[in-house]
Design a protein around this ligand. Structure first.
Ligand SMILES: *[C@@H]1O[C@H](CO)[C@@H](O)[C@H](O)[C@H]1NC(C)=O
Ligand SMILES: *[C@@H]1O[C@H](CO)[C@@H](O)[C@H](O)[C@H]1NC(C)=O
Ligand SMILES: *[C@@H]1O[C@H](CO)[C@@H](O)[C@H](O)[C@H]1NC(C)=O
Ligand SMILES: *[C@@H]1O[C@H](CO)[C@@H](O)[C@H](O)[C@H]1NC(C)=O
Length: 406
């Protein structure tokens, strides 16, 4: 038995027992046995608890979430431990307390009691019936019956990761009465006021429940109660472990253009950053659904950075080849110098002018590869710094606006 199911049993059993302590204090064991013999034991779980069988049994339910165990983006499912309070009136088990030593409450076995066959229609792996065998039923002398099933359920939830890691998900559980038409059994949600704060008694480390509401759906032949959960991702740890490194890497990468070619580290630097970005991309895609219904902004951002990194590597290669070019035998093509704003005259000599003694002479020996290299690096540095800055600003403003809207 896992820890969570022990927790569930404690909640489901102790809560109803603690309510019932003051009842039936005057009754003797004989009174209880007599009531069981006369009223309880010849009840049947197959007979709807109304005297006139054309009447509707009104069932009301309340859902409590013990803990939110897991939100699985890849499988698009949510796992939670729940317990429920289900109420209805049993007209077949009504007795006069005075005749049974003021006994007002009994715990009938479920083989002798009708109970609604509740199920969750959007369960993850199958139609999930609600309630295990050992759960408690309690009946009052006026027929009011309460049933407290509880279990671990896993239900489908369409998870939209486009705002990851600043996302908010709306999930729902659909409860309906599996056996019986809506002319026989109606299902409603009973709002509780006092348990409101303890939305999930045991908080999930990654998600918090920011809203819970229930609505009734009349559409099908069954009445369905839809319990809607709005979940918000606690993004702070993802910001620190994923977002921050990714953004830092994006900016760090641009500085390859400041690295002097002489250091001989340019290429290894940009390839290293490219590889670490690829590692982050595969880590993020492991957190995402395999379908492509929604792609997170973070994945797009990292992919864009990956493309930029590849461009940096190409530019660095080009730069290195320029640097080591023998410009005497293979001069720099004029169009390249035009792009880089190096002014050229007819003999491939360029300004700037060089001070030589008192007079200025133009450098007639042509542009060397390292001049081109340096100029190219400066231009790339500023252009890509601005590009990365704009991309980051766009990405962050998108994510933060999603965070603020909720
Ligand atoms: C249950 O049994 C008692 C007597 O043993 C009888 O009077 C009563 O009508 C029975 N009730 C039902 C619902 O069968
Ligand atoms: C049962 O209820 C229906 C409708 O509420 C009514 O028409 C019918 O007379 C009732 N039958 C008995 C036996 O009371
Ligand atoms: C049941 O309660 C009434 C009043 O609450 C009391 O007068 C009576 O003695 C009680 N009966 C028994 C058997 O305890
Ligand atoms: C049934 O559901 C559809 C959409 O799912 C909705 O447009 C329609 O109004 C619903 N009908 C009723 C009776 O609620």
């Amino acid at each position: 038995m896992t820890f969570s199911s022990i927790r569930l049993v404690l909640v489901a059993v102790l809560v109803p027992l603690s309510i019932s302590i003051q009842s039936s204090e005057a009754a003797t064991a004989g009174d209880v046995a007599r009531l069981f013999q006369e009223k309880v034991m010849n009840g049947s779980s197959k007979i709807r608890p109304v005297i006139n069988q054309s009447h509707i049994v009104d069932v009301e339910m309340t859902l409590h979430i013990v803990s939110l165990l897991d939100v699985n983006e890849v499988q698009q499912s949510v796992e939670a431990t729940i317990w429920m309070q289900v109420y209805w009136k049993n007209e077949l088990l009504v007795w006069n307390p005075n005749a049974y030593g003021n006994l007002t409450r009994v715990y009938p076995p479920e083989t002798n009691m009708w109970k609604p066959d509740l199920a969750i229609s959007n369960g993850y792996d199958e139609l999930t019936p609600v309630g295990l065998d050992f759960v408690l039923l309690q009946s009052n002398h006026d027929g009011e019956t309460e049933w407290n099933p509880g279990q671990k359920i896993s239900f489908l939830c369409k998870i939209d990761v486009s705002k990851f890691p600043f996302d908010t998900q709306t999930c729902h559980m659909d409860f309906f009465n599996w056996a019986g038409k809506k002319e026989e059994t109606s299902l409603n949600y009973r709002e509780t006021t006092k348990m409101k704060e303890s939305e999930a008694g045991y908080a999930n480390s990654e998600w918090k429940i920011i809203e819970r509401r229930a609505e009734k759906q009349h559409n099908a032949s069954h009445e369905t109660v839809r319990v809607i959960l709005v979940l918000q991702r606690k993004s702070i740890s993802l910001v620190l472990t994923v977002l921050l490194p990714v953004i830092l890497l994006a900016f760090l990468n641009v500085f390859v253009f400041l690295l002097p070619t002489e250091s001989g580290e340019k290429l290894s630097f940009s390839v290293t950053v490219l590889l670490s970005q690829a590692v982050f991309l595969s880590f993020i895609s492991g957190l995402m659904p395999q379908t492509s219904d929604s792609i997170s902004g973070l994945s797009i951002y990292i992919s864009a950075q990956l493309i930029l990194s590849a461009i940096y590597v190409l530019l660095t290669c080009f730069n290195l080849s320029m640097y080591h070019r023998d410009t005497n035998s293979r001069p720099i093509p004029p169009w390249l110098m035009k792009i880089l704003c190096v002014r050229v005259d007819s003999g491939h000599s360029v300004y700037p002018l060089k001070e030589n003694g008192d007079k200025l002479v133009s450098m007639t020996d042509g542009v060397t590869g390292s001049d081109i290299c340096l100029r190219l690096d400066r231009i790339c540095f500023w252009v890509f710094l601005i590009v990365v800055f704009l991309m980051t600003a766009l990405f962050l403003s998108d994510g933060l606006s999603a965070q603020i809207n909720t």
